[in-house]
Design a protein around this ligand. Structure first.
Ligand code: GAL
Length: 672
């Protein structure tokens, strides 16, 4: 993170909490702008993101700019105390650019060129796009850098959202350069790609193409490298715009990430912007929408290396892009918003301020709905605006977590490649299950990448770590050696960074650490499973999805199977399911199948060495942010016990012992 003029390390500290949303004035007339600005002020909105999709309105034809409307809007807003997160407007190129060079349009995996008329219709490696975008950014930055209402720059929008990988000829040429840089020579590439297989040896980089549609499975390392290349290509765009901005401006720079989004390796993008922003759209119809939301918040804080971040977008109620778009119940939007603040956000923003009356997003909820300011949603927005002003002290407090979950984009890309033992392993589901277990215990966790320092964590969970290179294996090993507690699960340590199997038995470089040797695995069909129990316990649990033949070398067996497992067809008989290995000053646990939540909790408790007693129901989210304790009830009415006198910053009340929480009630407690 850069250091800013006022001496703070993070540009989000110093202004209290931001509140607002995307504002698209180009869709409205002047009278509406005035009404908007007045209603924003009434709701205590202090920041709006403007111009994200305004390229065609700002640059009406090549080199011809119309800024007057934007000047007027920004001044109207500033008059009401509303500051701007000004977009670089490059998220969607205008029709004239596409007309002048149709190769700006991206090409999909099957070789189809996508058409103009939606959004994000650009190939990240199109030179025409890059130079047109660069010119626009420069114009905007020069014009608005000294505008007194400018708080920050919003670069592009949701990189990769609709097109995370383009397969056009521009990309093919850039991919070759990228490969040359990664491997140096063609022999090294042939080795890394295992190209001797199926006669894929290359004589030169000019023979290589993206992994486009092919007769059968494309080379897995080629596919994996294409994920890496595509994420890097988008990052280059961000770097390109950031460099132009920095040439003229010292205002902070951000772009809005999408949480657990496969196309962008956010850990590898650290340091490009000045702070991290998130768009969060959990499905209100999901069983535990608040846990889904919280996972995205914790990931974002982790990408931000613990620094405050900005919730750039969320829906006030329903979105428009799911098959059936669930609404947020009264109070739920506030609860989910304050959960973000609890988990490190220094601002709560929405898509969008005013509901559109035309276009593909007219059924997306907005802070100001079609029904206007007398609506439930606008009133809830007003209440949230009030709440956030009471929490400005929270802005400098940080969340600290003692448990981490490994989350690695390279592993995500690799484990979900085709031609695997089963196509039923979904990395996010595995991550979400362990995250859910920690939430049930009331434990706030970080997400860590293979490059992060693990030593500050009491325990680390690494689900399905299929791809684990030598360096990460070393880091995990020294973490445990130094006293850490690690949990790994099946289909771990299988391949290195090139997707080559680490020979000698699984889990590869982690065999000694887990003290087990896996010789064979046998995936199970949906509906199939096997029973197992903890050693010395009669309780029967169920293993599904996966079975494997595990021989403990130094580990002890904590649970083993009782009946026929898939691997029994190999004549191996009953086998261990959960193992624990003492290693150096720490412990490593290995779980060899997919289990249900009750057993998962047993495993996690064993890892943490504690039995967790919750102070309230699982639906009550309790998170510490510095000296503040956020208590958020996502369930039915319930009692919550305090262990000492505390003041609730939202209501101003001093509370003692027990307090009754209605659905979606929130307390932000501070000691008195
Ligand atoms: C985001 C996007 C916004 C808006 C929103 C709708 O992906 O950044 O522009 O489309 O979704 O949910």
């Amino acid at each position: 993170m850069a250091s800013f003029g006022d001496g703070t390390l993070n540009p989000l500290i110093g202004d209290g909490l931001y509140f607002g949303g995307d504002y698209n004035p180009e869709q409205w007339d002047r009278e509406t702008w005035v009404e908007d600005a007045d209603l924003m002020r009434k709701a205590r909105v202090n920041l709006v993101s403007v111009g994200i999709f305004s390229w065609s309105r700002i640059e009406t034809s090549e080199g011809k700019y119309d800024f007057e409307w934007l000047d007027e809007v920004l001044n109207l807003l500033l008059d009401r105390g509303v500051y701007v997160d000004l977009a670089t407007a490059t998220a969607s190129p205008p029709a004239w650019l596409i007309k002048s060079d149709p190769t700006v349009l991206p090409v999909d995996h099957d070789g189809r060129r996508l058409s103009f008329g939606a959004r994000q219709t650009y190939c990240p490696n199109s030179e025409s796009f890059r130079s047109a975008a660069s010119r626009l950014v420069e114009e905007l930055v020069i014009r608005y850098n000294d505008f007194p209402g400018l708080k920050m720059w919003h670069v592009s929008n949701e990189y990769g959202c609709h097109v995370s990988r383009c397969y056009c000829d521009n990309c093919a040429a850039k991919f070759r350069l990228w490969l040359q840089k990664r491997y140096g020579g063609i022999e090294a590439l042939n080795h890394a790609w295992g190209s001797a297989f199926w006669s894929q040896l290359y004589g030169g980089f000019d023979e290589i193409n993206p992994p486009r549609i092919a007769p059968t499975f494309a080379n897995p390392t080629q596919q994996l490298d294409y994920y890496r290349f595509a994420s890097d290509s988008l990052r280059e765009l961000y770097e390109m715009e950031a460099a132009i901005i920095r040439g003229h401006s010292d205002k902070p720079i951000t772009t809005n990430y999408m949480g657990f989004f496969k196309g962008v390796d956010q850990f590898a993008w650290r340091g490009v912007g000045d702070f991290v922003s998130l768009d969060s759209y959990p499905d209100p119809h999901a069983a535990q929408v608040h846990v889904d939301a919280a996972a995205g918040y914790d990931l974002t804080r982790s990408v931000a290396e613990g620094e405050p971040w900005l919730l750039m977008e969320q829906a006030p109620s329903a979105v428009n892009w799911r098959g059936i778009n669930g609404v947020k119940k009264p109070g739920q939007m506030r609860a989910l918003s304050l959960s973000a603040v609890a988990r490190g956000a220094n601002g709560v923003m929405f898509f969008q301020w005013r509901a559109a009356k035309a276009g593909a997003e007219k059924f997306h909820s907005a802070m100001l709905p079609h029904a206007g300011a007398e609506s439930r949603i606008y009133k809830e927005v007003q209440q949230l605006g009030d709440d956030l002003t009471k929490l400005s002290g929270v802005a400098s407090a940080k969340v600290s977590a003692s448990v981490a979950i490994v989350f690695d984009w390279n592993n995500w890309w690799a484990i979900e490649l085709d031609s695997h033992p089963t196509d039923h392993i979904f990395y996010l589901l595995s991550i979400r299950k362990f995250y859910g277990s920690l939430q049930r215990m009331g434990i706030t966790c970080d997400f860590v990448s293979p490059k992060d320092d693990l030593s500050k964590y009491k325990a680390v969970v690494a689900p399905n770590l299929y791809l684990c290179d030598r360096d990460f294996a070393k880091s995990l090993t020294s973490y445990v050696d130094g006293g850490g507690a690690l949990l790994g699960t099946y289909f771990t340590g299988i391949v290195d960074q090139n997707d080559h199997v680490v020979l000698g038995g699984y889990p590869g470089y982690l065999r000694d650490l887990f003290g087990v040797l896996v010789e064979e695995f046998a995936p199970l069909r949906p509906g199939d499973g096997f029973d197992f129990s903890l050693v010395n316990s009669p309780t029967i649990h169920r293993g599904t999805l996966w079975s494997e033949v595990v021989s403990p070398t130094t580990a002890s067996v904590l649970a083993k199977s009782n009946d026929e497992v898939g691997v029994d067809s190999l004549g191996v008989g009953q086998g261990g399911v959960l193992f624990e290995n003492s290693f150096g000053r720490g412990r490593a646990l290995y779980l060899a199948t997919e289990v249900e939540d009750d057993f998962l909790d047993i495993v996690v408790e064993r890892l943490l060495g504690d039995k967790f007693e919750r102070s309230a129901s699982e639906e009550v989210e309790v998170v510490e942010r510095g000296q503040y304790t956020f208590v958020i009830n996502h369930g039915v009415e319930v009692d919550f016990s305090l262990n000492h006198r505390q003041r609730d910053l939202l209501s101003g009340r001093v509370l003692e012992e027990a307090v009754s929480l209605k659905p979606y009630d929130v307390l932000v407690l501070e000691d008195v």
